[in-house]
Design a protein around this ligand. Sequence first.
Ligand code: SF4
Length: 302
Amino acid sequence: MRYISAGQYYKELFGQKVYRIALDAGCTCPNRDGTLGYGGCIFCSGSGSGEFASSRELPVADQLMEAKAKVSAKYTGGKYIAYFQNFTNTYGDEETLRHKYEETLSDPEVVGISIATRPDCISEKMYGILGQLAERTYLWVELGLQTIHEESAKWMRRGYSLPVFEEALARLSSLPGNLSTIVHVIMDLPCETKEQMLETISYCAHLPIHGIKIANLNILKNTDLAVEYMKNPFPLMEREEYSAIVAEAIERLRPDMVVYRLTGDGAKRDLIAPLWVADKRKTRNAIDAYFREHDVVQGRYY
Ligand code: SF4
């Protein structure tokens, strides 16, 4: 085992394969509704960096049912994680959101909830709700950090500073129950050197977090990043180069951290570059092959 994948972790926790179902809580984001800006993060797609959920017009229970029916041909394990993925899923009326989170738990096949959000969008009341949820089920809160470097954060228009992230993480870590935090990082930002990217990884390895999602920068249609890229194409990593930097990242992680993702995950139909990422299987195989050939082991240089 070269690193702890989500599949291995779920198997250990639940004794079997678990399927994550993307749901849409109907939220927006302060980077999009005018509170901080209108354009969103530079790479964010119109669907709020989550392309796989059902229609937000449907109640969450119906979205869940629809998604379960869709995957029934390939998954019959009967254990699901309700994944509130797109936009900022703690941003909005807290009671409405509480109801949506809890609605998923009325399905006995839902064994946990994953909530993707921003560290500057968790209100006092929401911390309370998350703590209560974590006492009832497994709860993962995903924070989109992407980088620790403030200049890069400005470039991507993230809209909050590192101390804001640290404060939210400290609050989340102090909550009761089964709450785990996952942090998202991007490994090939054009404004960063390789050393800077790896500094972000080393920083994450020393945080009280449970897991990490590592992605390459996807340039998607209808994003400001796509406009910038078309005007002024900048070099993006090839699969081989990306595999090498992911390997270095894995070796710097804490040995107990779960690695939920190793590449970007944008919708194929919207992908402009890099095109190699569209072939997920090939990309995963190439990364695995690289790990084998170079004897990559998670935590070696932690
Ligand atoms: S915080 Fe997330 S949803 Fe909001 S603009 Fe950035 S990527 Fe999009």
